[in-house]
Design a protein around this ligand. Structure first.
Ligand code: PG9
Length: 625
C-alpha cells in the first residue's frame, strides 16, 4: 500500500476498526460514489468524494470530514469499515458521507497552509479560510446532493478535528452538530509543535517534512533506525536547513523564525476566536494523547465560558491520539481499563449525539442524555459524569511537597536553610523520552502511539533524573481536576528546561502480569522552557545559581492511585528527541545556537521553607485528616 493510504489510518484510527456496536448492526449499506471539484468563493476547487447509501430511505443528513491526509482511500468499502461505529444509525436512517481534500492537498487546488489562521478581513467577500471553505462546500452540497435533509454534521480527529472546529467558528446555518476530536488549539503552548515554548523537535520536523514535501504525504528519509542518534548528530538546529531542507519547508522556516509566542503563533491560537457556541459541540480528548491533549480541553473550556444554551460538552477517555475511533479501548499499552471504553464512546455517545441533531425524527434516541463532562477515571476504571469540568465541588486542592531523602509529603518542609536536590544535565547526553531505539514517529514498528504509557523505570535513578515518592498508600487516592507544579529551581547555566512527571508506582509484588510489578505509569506530565517563565513573548535569561519559582501546568486529570500503590514525581531537563536540546546557555534564538553554546549545567530543585517545590493535586478523597 502507498504511504499516503497508510498514513491517514495511522494518524486517525491507529488500530484496525474491529468493534461492532452493542446493538447488532444489519449489513452495511452499499454506497454510490460521486467525485466533485467544488468551487470556493475565490475560485479554487476542492476535491470531494460523496458517498451516498443506495438502500436507505431519505431524506438523509450529511456527515462531512475535511482532511489534509487524502480522501482517495474513502471508498464505499471503507465507509463501512471506518465508520462502522455509525452502523446503527446508517442502518436506521443513514448518512451521506462527504470527504474533502483541504486546500492544496492531494487533488484540491489552492495553497496548503499548515494552520491557516481565520481570515483577518471578514468584509472581503473573496477572503478565505478553513471556515469559509467548509461553508462554501456545505452550501454546494445542500444544492447538489440529492435527497439530503438539509442537516450537516462535521467531525474528525486531530487535523480533521481542527477543520471541524474552524467550520464551527463561523458556521453555515445547516451545520447542526460538530464533534472536534483531539483538535489542536495552540501550537506554541501545548499541542503538536511546542509545549510551553519547548520545541517538539522530532514531531515538528517529521510532520512538517511529511506534509510539505509535496501535495501528498511523504515521510522524510531519515536514514536512521534510531532517530535519537540522528537528531543528536545535528549538533545545532541550524544544520536542518543548511544540510537537509535548504529552506524548502515553510513550516520548518516558521519554527526557526518564530521561536517565541509572537503574532505568528497568536494569530493561529484558537482561544482568541472562541467567543460563541455556534452549534452543539461534542469535544473529545484522550488522557494519554501523545499529540493534542491541550487542544480539545482548551477549546471546550473557552467555549464553555459562553455556553448559555448548554450546547457544549466534553468527553475524556483513557485513550491515545484518536484511540476512541478504532478497536475496543480496553487497554492502552500494558495499562488495563477493564471495559471497552472506545466502543462505548462510539456506540453510546457519538452515534446518538449525531443522531439527535441530524435525524430530527430520532429525537427520542432511547432516552439518551449527555452529561456536561463525561470522564473516565483510570485506576478505579469507572466513567464519571460531572456538572462542570474541572469539578467545582467535592475537590480540595492539596499541595504535595518534595522533601528530603527522595520523599514526598503532605506537610511543607520546615528547614529554613536552603535545601535542594541536584543533578547535572548534559545536552550531549540527553535523557530519551521513550525507550531507544526511537523509530521515526510514524515509522513502521514505532512506539510513538503508546510512549506516554511506558514504564518510567527506564530512566528512574539515572543521575540526571530526580525522583521523590510518597509511602505506600493505605487508601485509594482520587484526583479530579487541574494539576499545577511549582518548582523552585536554579541552574548553573542561563537557560534550562524542566520536565515534570506525576507517576503511579504499582505494587512491587503481587501483580498478575509480572512486568507490572513496580511499574511506573505516567499519569500527567509536561515540559517548561524556563526562558519563558516571565513572558512567553520575550525570553529572558536565568541568573546562574539563583533559584526562581517556575509554575508548570500539568493540565487536568481524573485518576485513582490505588491503595498499595505509591505516588512519585520525577524531574529531568531533557526529553530527547521529542524536545530539542536547550543549550543551557541563553541565546536569543535556540535555532541559531552554535554547538559550543550547548553546555552541561547543574540543576537544583529546592525543598526548603519559602522555596518549597510542590505539586497541587485536586484531591477528591484519600488523604487521612
Ligand atoms: N497531530 C496531527 C496534527 C494536527 C494538526 C496540525 C499538525 C499535526 C494530526 O494527527 O493530524
Amino acid at each position: 500500500m502507498r504511504l499516503s493510504r497508510i498514513l491517514p489510518v495511522l494518524l486517525l484510527w491507529g488500530r484496525a476498526v474491529s468493534a461492532q456496536p452493542a446493538t447488532a448492526a444489519p449489513a452495511a449499506a452499499s454506497y454510490s460514489l460521486t467525485e466533485s471539484m467544488i468551487p470556493m468563493r475565490d475560485g479554487a476547487k476542492l476535491y470531494t468524494r460523496i458517498l451516498a447509501p443506495t438502500n436507505a430511505a431519505g431524506p438523509l443528513p450529511i456527515m462531512f470530514v475535511r482532511t489534509p491526509y487524502g480522501v482517495d482511500g474513502n471508498t464505499a468499502a471503507s465507509v463501512a469499515a471506518r465508520w462502522g461505529f455509525m452502523a446503527r444509525d446508517i442502518a436506521r436512517n443513514g448518512y451521506v458521507f462527504v470527504f474533502q481534500d483541504i486546500r492544496g492537498k492531494f487533488k484540491s487546488e489552492g495553497q496548503f497552509v499548515m494552520q491557516r489562521p481565520p481570515r483577518a478581513n471578514r468584509a472581503d467577500a473573496k477572503a478565505i479560510d478553513e471556515s469559509t471553505d467548509a461553508y462554501d462546500t456545505i452550501e454546494w452540497l445542500l444544492k447538489n446532493v440529492p435527497n439530503n435533509n438539509g442537516r450537516v454534521g462535521m467531525t474528525g480527529v486531530s487535523y480533521d478535528g481542527w477543520t471541524t472546529a474552524m467550520a464551527m467558528l463561523d458556521p453555515h446555518p445547516a451545520l447542526k452538530a460538530g464533534s472536534p476530536q483531539a483538535s489542536p488549539a495552540d501550537m506554541w503552548k501545548g499541542d503538536d509543535f511546542h509545549h510551553n515554548g519547548a520545541f517538539r523537535l522530532s514531531y515538528g520536523f517529521e510532520y512538517a517534512t511529511m506534509m510539505e514535501s509535496g501535495k501528498d504525504v511523504k515521510q522524510f528519509n531519515m536514514d536512521a533506525f534510531d532517530t535519537y542518534e540522528w537528531y543528536l548528530k545535528l549538533g545545532s538546529l541550524k544544520t536542518v536547513n543548511e544540510k537537509f531542507l535548504k529552506g524548502t519547508i515553510p513550516t520548518w522556516n516558521d519554527f526557526a523564525q518564530h521561536p517565541n509566542f509572537d503574532a505568528f503563533w497568536q494569530r493561529q491560537a484558537m482561544a482568541g476566536y472562541l467567543n460563541k457556541v455556534t452549534v452543539p459541540a461534542l469535544h473529545v480528548a484522550g488522557w494519554w494523547d501523545q499529540e493534542d491533549f491541550y487542544g480539545p480541553v482548551t477549546i471546550y473550556r473557552e467555549l464553555e465560558k459562553h455556553d448559555r444554551e448548554n450546547k457544549n460538552f466534553l468527553v475524556v477517555g483513557p485513550w491515545n491520539h484518536g484511540g476512541w475511533m478504532g478497536g475496543e479501548g480496553a487497554s492502552l499499552g500494558p495499562i488495563q481499563f477493564g471495559q471497552p471504553t472506545a466502543r462505548f464512546f462510539r456506540d453510546s455517545i457519538m452515534a446518538p449525539f449525531f443522531a439527535r441533531h441530524l435525524h430530527p425524527e430520532q429525537r427520542d434516541v432511547a432516552g439518551w442524555t449527555l452529561p456536561e463532562a463525561l470522564v473516565f477515571e483510570a485506576g478505579s476504571n469507572v466513567w464519571k459524569r460531572y456538572d462542570t469540568w474541572p469539578p467545582k465541588t467535592a475537590v480540595s486542592p492539596r499541595s504535595l511537597y518534595m522533601r528530603e531523602g527522595g520523599a514526598l509529603g503532605w506537610e511543607p518542609p520546615t528547614t529554613t536553610a536552603p535545601a535542594y536536590d541536584a543533578y547535572v544535565s548534559d545536552p550531549a547526553k540527553p535523557v530519551p523520552y521513550r525507550q531507544r531505539p526511537v523509530q521515526m514517529t510514524y515509522g513502521p514498528g514505532s512506539t510513538w502511539r503508546t510512549w506516554l504509557t511506558e514504564d518510567q523505570r527506564f530512566v528512574h535513578n539515572r543521575p540526571d533524573v530526580l525522583s521523590w515518592e510518597l509511602p505506600t498508600l493505605t487508601d485509594d487516592l482520587t484526583i479530579a481536576g487541574d494539576l499545577t507544579v511549582t518548582l523552585h529551581a536554579a541552574t548553573s547555566g542561563t537557560d534550562a528546561d524542566y520536565v515534570v512527571k506525576l507517576i503511579d508506582v504499582y505494587p512491587d509484588t503481587g501483580m498478575k502480569e509480572l512486568r507490572m510489578n513496580g511499574y511506573q505509569f505516567m499519569v500527567a506530565n509536561d515540559v517548561f522552557r524556563a526562558r519563558y517563565r516571565k513572558d512567553p513573548q520575550k525570553p529572558v535569561p536565568l541568573t546562574p545559581n539563583v533559584p526562581e519559582a517556575i509554575t508548570i501546568d500539568l493540565h487536568t486529570q481524573a485518576y485513582t492511585f490505588k491503595k498499595g500503590h505509591r505516588v512519585m514525581i520525577q524531574v529531568q531537563s531533557t526529553w530527547f528527541p521529542l524536545i530539542d536540546r536547550n543549550p543551557q546557555t541563553f541565546v536569543p534564538n535556540i535555532f541559531e545556537a552554535k554547538p559550543s553554546d550547548f553546555r552541561a549545567a547543574t540543576q537544583r530543585i529546592y525543598r526548603s521553607k519559602g522555596q518549597a517545590s510542590r505539586i497541587v493535586l485536586p484531591v477528591v478523597t484519600g488523604i487521612r485528616p
